[in-house]
Ligand binder design. Structure first.
Ligand code: CTP
Ligand code: MG
Length: 553
């Protein structure tokens, strides 16, 4: 470079040098980003957990002076990150660069004197900031980070401004997905809970799983947590003398009974000592016993389970599938949003299809493309290295953790095409005799007569959609057919400024549910009954292949 710079005008030299250093910085940034991108699921979880352990959650007065606030806290150490958000008032998450700062901070905090009541003297990292005297409002207000998803109307509005359906689906993911701050808050709530459970089991960890970590979480989704006691079993006993010591322990009738008794005690503790935890319910008779509660300072609904390592592995599997191709997440977010808009899914437990089932259905559909967009679970197992080996309670949960070992086939289908084919695929799926199996990537004969059979990826004798009844499945199929039909009417793909188009049109109330018949543009053209008849005609299966007669209605 020096050689090239020689003889240049000084000003040009400076420009050249600064361009070079800018390029270098850019390359370094790219390398750091690539390194971050290629981290394994476990590495990401560990890093976030560690960040959460260095963080505090502070309830703040409404007109907070950000600079003063940060100056005050910085006395205890360097602050890495912080953000403000609203949940029952203003709150801040502050992440220090070292855990010592938390210890130093804790030394300066008082337990409040409460009038007419008494305080449980539990010192958590959930704090309240008291501001002396009245606050002036002459300082700039900090930015408050949004933690809730936009409404369906807001989504429709946003989507209408896009230029194509593919852009709409990408925009949908960007709008609904968990933000960095929201994920940090989820890990922090788990870490705060761990401090309570740690009073009984100092080696325990509380880890988030499910949609908080599998990359398919939507703002506002619940926080599924696992009380991980594996660290207790790790031992460094020296062999040689023949002597050994064992802990004397209480025994329970079964693993399940022990899990129930641990969760029952921790549930009580969360209820009685956990600041900000309200509405604690212990649901210990469920297949997977759990403690459900609301964490007010974060606004999260939480489900705490124990001894549930397989579920963590399913989260890793979905995360991996989401990483392999960007279309996976876009399709999952669209299908979940569409299902929610039509009440196919619900936040209340019942006979509905769950988001987890829908995600597995999308994965299965993408394994069936020609060429396939996603590999089978068996293939992910074949590619695993020795350190990936994982057997949980007799279930082989081995999957490759290094994404670079996976080679994908070239498939350039657009999101619009994939969404349409998803609806056609499930609008015609032989649910009565076949089960969905992502391990084989092929439909299998249904082993039971339940309405919908989706094999649990790791506990292969279980059906993840056992709860779904025939009525709910029929609604899903009818809506798939209707949406497939609507997408065949290329009219809804035309951009429009006065009515929802493209994906937004698919979110409008359906004909099948009997509501909103007048709201669709196409509705005006012919009566619903004949349109549905044509829709059904157009989706007949010929020779095992779905034939969708374009524009048949
Ligand atoms: N799970 C399972 N079998 C089921 C239901 C759930 O293994 N029948 C596991 C899955 O790993 C799932 C997690 O439990 O991801 C959490 O379940 P749930 O909260 O119902 O689903 P999420 O994927 O978290 O989706 P949501 O956004 O609806 O919470
Ligand atoms: Mg969940």
């Amino acid at each position: 470079l020096d050689k090239f710079c020689l003889g240049l005008e000084p000003q040009t030299q400076v420009r050249f040098t600064s361009t070079t250093s800018a390029l270098k910085a850019q390359t370094e940034k790219k390398t750091a980003k690539a390194a971050k991108e290629s981290r394994t699921f476990q590495a990401i979880q560990e890093e976030r957990k560690e960040e959460a352990e260095r963080s505090v959650l502070i309830s703040c007065p409404p007109k907070i002076n950000e600079k003063k606030f940060l100056d005050y806290l910085s006395k205890h150490g360097t602050i890495n990150k912080h953000f403000f958000y609203n949940s029952y008032g203003a709150n801040a998450v502050v992440e220090f660069s070292s855990r010592e700062s938390i210890a130093s901070l804790k030394e300066s905090i008082n337990i409040p004197a409460v009038e007419h009541e008494a305080a449980v003297p539990f010192k958590s990292r959930l704090l309240s900031l008291k501001w002396p005297g009245s606050q002036s409002s002459n300082h700039p207000m900090p930015k408050f980070k949004e933690q809730s998803p936009p409404s369906i109307n807001e989504i429709t509005q946003l989507l209408s401004e896009r230029d194509s359906m593919d852009e709409q689906l990408q925009c949908l993911t960007e709008t609904l997905q968990l933000t960095e701050e929201n994920i940090s808050l989820r890990f922090l709530v788990c870490s705060l809970l761990r401090d309570i459970a740690g009073a009984y089991f100092p080696e325990c960890i509380i880890r988030p799983f499910g949609s908080s970590v599998n990359s398919f979480g939507k703002l506002g989704c619940d926080v599924d947590m696992i009380l991980d006691l594996d660290g207790i079993y790790a031992t460094s006993q020296k062999k040689g003398s023949g002597l050994s010591l064992e802990y004397q322990v209480k025994r329970g009738a079964s693993e399940r009974a022990v899990t129930q008794s641990i969760l029952s005690v921790i549930g009580k503790c969360v209820d009685q000592f956990g600041p900000g935890c309200v509405g604690v319910q212990s649901i210990l008779q469920a297949r997977c016993p759990l403690v459900r509660f609301a964490h007010q300072p974060s606004g999260f609904q939480c489900d705490l389970t124990a001894n549930n390592r397989v579920a963590m592995k399913s989260s890793e599997l979905l995360f991996l599938y989401g990483k392999l191709d960007p279309r996976v997440r876009h399709l999952v977010f669209s299908v979940r949003c569409w299902a929610r808009a039509h009440s196919i899914t619900s936040s209340i437990p019942g006979a509905w299809i769950t988001n987890f089932s829908l995600t597995v259905m999308v994965v299965f559909f993408l394994q069936q493309r020609n060429p396939p967009i996603l590999p089978t679970l068996d293939r992910l197992k074949e590619l695993a290295g020795p350190s990936d080996k994982c057997v949980i309670e007799g279930n082989d949960c081995t999957i490759v953790s290094d994404l670079s070992k996976i080679t994908l086939q070239q498939n350039t289908d657009t999101l619009e095409k994939l969404l349409q084919e998803f609806f056609e695929f499930y609008g015609n799926f032989p649910f009565n005799k076949a089960s969905i199996n992502i391990r084989k990537g092929k439909e299998q004969t249904k082993p039971e007569t339940t309405a919908l059979y989706i094999q649990n990826p790791f506990e292969t004798t279980l059906n993840i959609s056992k709860n779904v009844n025939a009525t709910q499945l029929e609604r899903f199929v009818a809506l798939c057919r209707e949406s497939a039909w609507l997408l065949q009417q290329k009219e809804i793909l035309k951009q429009s400024s006065d009515s929802p188009w493209g994906f937004a049109a698919l979110l409008l109330p359906s004909v099948t549910s009997g509501a909103g018949v007048k709201s669709r543009r196409k509705r005006k053209l012919e009566p619903a009954s004949s349109r549905i008849k044509n829709l059904l005609d157009s989706l007949k299966i010929k020779g095992g292949e779905t034939v969708a007669k374009k524009g048949s209605a």
